[in-house]
Ligand binder design. Structure first.
Ligand code: ATP
Length: 420
């Protein structure tokens, strides 16, 4: 097991463009870190530098405190975990798992190979399948075989590069939970690259959000969600995305396309001096006003708007309100969408409503908004003017404590299973 430290890591390719620009991350032993960001943000380059497939232009890479910049990949004792397409169809599960040990010619005795494969198979609940071929396994079992290969090497850390991107949505969900459970059970340090924010949020102890080679924020999923540092992180994390409404701050109210929203004195103060800010509001912080109880209702803002249309999903529904921003705001939203690799950021507000709501498109509707959850962003720098850094840190500390507890419990279960 290992800790991995990235200290001011830079990667410049031949053209001099910094694909990774001064990234520093401390990865604790046993931690599951996700590198996420849109295409071209440098996440694969960063992973390849950790594993040793790419030279580091400047900065230090430490594994367990030892600088490994100049070590060959095979001397770093890290395992890239490939998925089912990297299994050999003509070999049994046993031989597929044993493959990396056989590759290190004469390094391991036949008995040692047998012991390691048997042990890995027991951990992965593959013992009954050792004689089968990959074609006869389920997707989840193949996934476990791929992990088995990494386990038998007794690697210090597992590195995953977009392992699920070729799979359909259902299988992806299943694999995600397999990976998550195995990582916990093994307590092995893992770094996982994806452009999918759902994977990032569900798998990561902490998630590092990258944009154009620059680390924007690294924090627990909850901190990223509730206390994002800037517009990019706020917009990238969460689905449907956070809404961004142009707003003029006038005393204690925000003048917005949906009316005058009262805000707290702290928030008004944070935005003071800026003629226009962007109010960031997550879809679920709206509700059908008729479904909100009166006590709660008085703590937010109720307004009337017309939905263009709504989509009922069974457990909830989405409503859409369009608005007409100024040319400048439109340009800003388009730029943000480009940065996020999103199709487009339409000038519309998405609201998540309870499934029982009778609000439909085409008619005026009464909506409620939880004003305490609004963030205000500086449109020029993108910075979150109302971020509560302390509350954010508390969320990440909670996640850290939960991780330690989960790993402890998983190791205990594993010990009992092996003894049994
Ligand atoms: P994707 O999700 O599309 O794989 P990524 O976030 O993993 O993207 P990288 O593959 O790390 O991004 O690429 C980061 C930047 O470095 C991009 O601008 C890319 O064009 C550039 N780049 C990557 N590999 C090379 C290379 N071998 N030579 C020159 N530039 C490269």
């Amino acid at each position: 097991m290992a800790s991995i430290t990235l200290s001011h890591i830079v990667k410049q390719y031949g053209d001099g463009f910094p694909a990774v620009n001064d990234v520093s991350i401390d990865i604790a032993d046993g931690e599951f870190i996700i590198l996420v960001g849109p295409s071209g943000c440098g996440k694969s380059t960063l992973l390849r530098m950790i594993v040793g497939l790419e030279d580091i232009t400047s900065g230090d890479l430490l594994i367990n405190g030892e600088r490994v910049n100049d070590k060959a990949p095979r001397d770093r004792n890290l395992a890239m975990v490939f998925q089912n397409y990297a299994l050999y169809p003509h070999l049994t599960v046993f031989e597929n798992i044993a493959f990396p040990l056989r590759l290190a010619k004469n390094k391991h005795s036949e008995q040692e190979i047998r012991d390691r494969v048997t042990e890995a198979a027991r951990t992965l609940e593959l013992t009954e399948h050792l004689d089968r071929k990959p074609a006869n396994l389920s997707g989840g079992q193949r996934q476990r075989v791929a992990m088995g290969r990494a386990i038998v090497r007794h690697a210090d850390a597992f590195l995953f590069d977009e392992p699920l991107s070729n799979l359909d949505a259902k299988l992806r969900g299943q694999m995600r939970s397999e990976i998550s459970q195995m990582q916990r059970r093994l307590g092995v340090t893992s770094v996982y690259v994806t452009h999918d924010q759902t994977e990032a949020m569900t798998l990561g102890d902490r998630v590092a959000v990258l944009k154009k080679g620059i680390l924007q924020q690294i924090a627990s999923p909850r901190e990223l969600y509730d206390q994002p540092v800037n517009l990019f992180v706020a917009g990238f994390i969460g689905s449907p995305s956070m809404n961004f409404l142009p707003a003029a701050v006038d005393g204690g109210v925000l003048q917005t396309p949906v009316g005058e929203i009262p805000i707290s004195a702290d928030k008004a103060q944070a935005a003071a001096g800026r003629p226009v800010v962007l109010a960031g509001i997550r879809p679920e912080h709206f509700e059908d006003a008729t479904l909100v109880d009166p006590a709660k209702r008085s703590r937010g803002y109720t307004f009337t708007a017309q939905l263009t249309h709504s989509e009922w999903l069974g457990n909830e529904q989405y409503g859409y309100i369009s608005f007409d921003p100024s040319a400048e705001i439109r340009q800003l939203l388009e730029g943000l969408a480009r940065d996020m690799d999103a199709e487009e950021l339409r000038p519309q507000i998405v609201v998540t409503l309870d499934a029982s709501s009778r609000i439909r498109g085409g008619r005026p509707a009464e909506l409620w908004l939880d004003t305490r959850r609004i963030h205000l962003f500086d449109p020029e720098t993108g910075g979150n003017l109302t971020r509560d850094a302390e509350a954010g840190r508390a969320l990440t500390s909670e996640a850290e404590a939960a991780r330690k507890e989960e790993i402890g419990l998983a190791r205990e279960r594993q010990r009992v299973r092996v003894q049994g």
